[in-house]
Write a protein that binds this ligand. Structure first.
Ligand SMILES: [Zn+2]
Length: 490
């Protein structure tokens, strides 16, 4: 078989309604398979008009497939993609490439489901001073900042993300624009504003306070009706029990899961009491471990599966803490231009200025004292039976969207001793289970959306090869190939 390598299967930068039509057509808001037939005629017509070759589908051929289920990898895999959906998965021996398919070689590569960044802040891009960032850039969140963040994630191999805490209107608009194909980026599950006892000064636009149980219910219902995908709860220990319970119950009534901060032991105790589905972080303090009663409660929770949504999830977000001293000692990674994409030169200069002295940020002064506690807490959580998710707080000071996710995976494997396969599943399959969408995303298997990445080499031996993802496909569209962005698709 002659293997041709073709970069793209959809037209480029034409500023015409044709492009909009094609983008609409690749919008993946329908269930897999639902668009079959109709789209193919359009794709063929468009290809004809633009003088490009029309393909019946795309075949990814030759690489080793790590499918996200935790199976033994499949050598010499063949993945057939059509209409944005994975049609069949097999091997070069068992699954011939049908006539008319575009063949993309994945020889010498590991092929994986697109990564999930389970904790991102798309309205942040690494600036060190929130009190400067929010007032200065609030009116540019929608036009500049929030479109820049997702494209950086996408090129890093992230095809799905959870944006946990942002202004409601900007979040909704970003989600819509990505789904319509106007902005390239991962699929975004949004929380909109944090729900909490009281917003901190000058953060009212993305933090909603709750005053009484009825108010909690009303605000969650408002978010649900506006179209958020998840509720983000913090400081639940500062709310009354009735308020916090109302928030969770109302969220669950709308089929939304609740993701909650876990910085203080009381935040965890309260969170377990009211039935949150997913905790984030490992605490802002320097305490060496979780108190015994918290671990006991957690073990009870993982033993009973009290919440209908399944396992107790936890996104520990450890890499920023673990790597902080390395960054101070060698800040060279901050000079990478990978985080410049989509940002104005003045914005880039402002961010650079803010992190010029990485060791002097107030934000991180406790970090070296917290670092030695991380392994113990991580181990306690694992032993308590939580299902961990890969997420990083991407966007917070010095933490750029193009660098975050793979660094977390690297720390899990090379510091925390997590098996590479488990780490990959925490960055693919489990995120989809948490969001209740594992029938559509999270694995490379027939019937799922074609969110697929590939990287040269053996990621099960060298997880940080994921720092240089060579190939990124989302919904059947190729955004990165041979290690380079496919500009026509971006
Ligand atoms: Zn966060």
């Amino acid at each position: 078989m002659v293997i041709r390598t073709v970069r793209r299967r959809h037209p480029g930068k034409e500023k015409s309604s044709l492009k909009a039509y094609v983008r609409m057509n690749k919008n993946a808001s329908v269930t897999p398979g639902a668009r079959k037939g109709r789209g193919k005629g359009i794709a063929a017509l468009v290809a004809l008009l633009l003088g490009a070759q029309a393909f019946a589908g795309t075949a990814l051929v030759g690489g080793r497939l790590i499918d996200g289920f935790g199976h033994l990898p499949i050598a010499n895999s063949v993945i057939l993609v059509d209409e944005g959906v994975i049609q069949q998965v097999g091997t070069v021996d068992s699954l011939p490439v049908p006539e008319g398919y575009e063949v993309v070689s994945t020889e010498g590569m590991d092929v994986l489901p697109g990564l999930w960044e389970n904790h991102a802040h798309l309205m942040l891009t690494g600036h060190s001073d929130y009190s400067h960032w929010h007032p200065t850039y609030a009116d540019r969140f929608a036009s500049e900042i929030m479109p820049a963040s997702p494209v950086q994630l996408l090129l890093a191999g992230v095809t799905t993300t959870r944006d946990l805490g942002a202004t409601l209107e900007d979040s909704l608009s970003l989600k819509r624009r990505i789904e319509s194909g106007e902005i390239p980026g991962p699929r975004v599950f949004i929380s909109g504003p944090f729900i909490q006892h009281e917003p901190y000064p000058n953060t009212e636009m993305y933090r909603w306070g709750v005053s009484g149980a009825a108010d909690g219910r009303r605000k969650v219902a408002l978010l649900a009706e506006a179209g958020v995908d998840i509720i983000k709860l913090i400081d639940q220990d500062k709310m009354t029990l009735a308020e916090a319970q109302a928030v969770v119950d109302e969220a669950h009534k709308h089929n939304l899961k609740v993701v909650a901060h876990s910085h203080r032991p009381d935040e965890i105790r309260r969170g377990l009491e009211i039935g949150v589905d997913n905790f984030e972080h490992t605490g802002l303090t320097t305490a060496p471990e979780y108190p015994a009663d918290v671990i006991r409660l957690l073990r009870e929770r993982t033993a009973t599966g009290r919440v209908a949504g399944g396992p107790m999830f936890w996104t520990p977000t450890v890499e920023g803490l673990w790597n902080y001293e390395f960054t101070v000692a060698n800040p060279e990674k901050l000079d990478s231009d990978c985080w410049h994409r989509g940002l104005e030169p003045s914005t880039i200069a402002d961010i650079e200025e803010s992190i010029r002295y990485p060791g002097q940020l107030a934000y991180t002064q406790l970090t070296p004292i917290r670092k030695p506690t991380l392994k113990r807490k991580f181990l306690q959580l694992r032993e308590a039976g939580v299902v961990m998710l890969v997420g990083t707080d991407s966007g917070i000071p010095m933490k750029f969207h193009c660098q975050s996710t793979w660094n977390e995976m690297d720390v899990w494997v090379n510091v925390m001793g997590v098996d590479p396969m488990d780490t990959i599943r925490a960055a693919t399959y489990w995120g989809a289970v948490m969001m209740g969408v594992e029938d559509k995303w999270g694995t490379v298997s027939a019937g799922k959306y074609a969110d697929i990445i590939a990287v040269k080499g053996d990621v099960l031996r060298h997880i940080n090869l994921l720092s240089r993802v060579d190939f990124v496909m989302k919904g059947g569209v190729i955004y990165k190939h041979d290690g380079r962005p496919v500009e026509e698709a971006l």
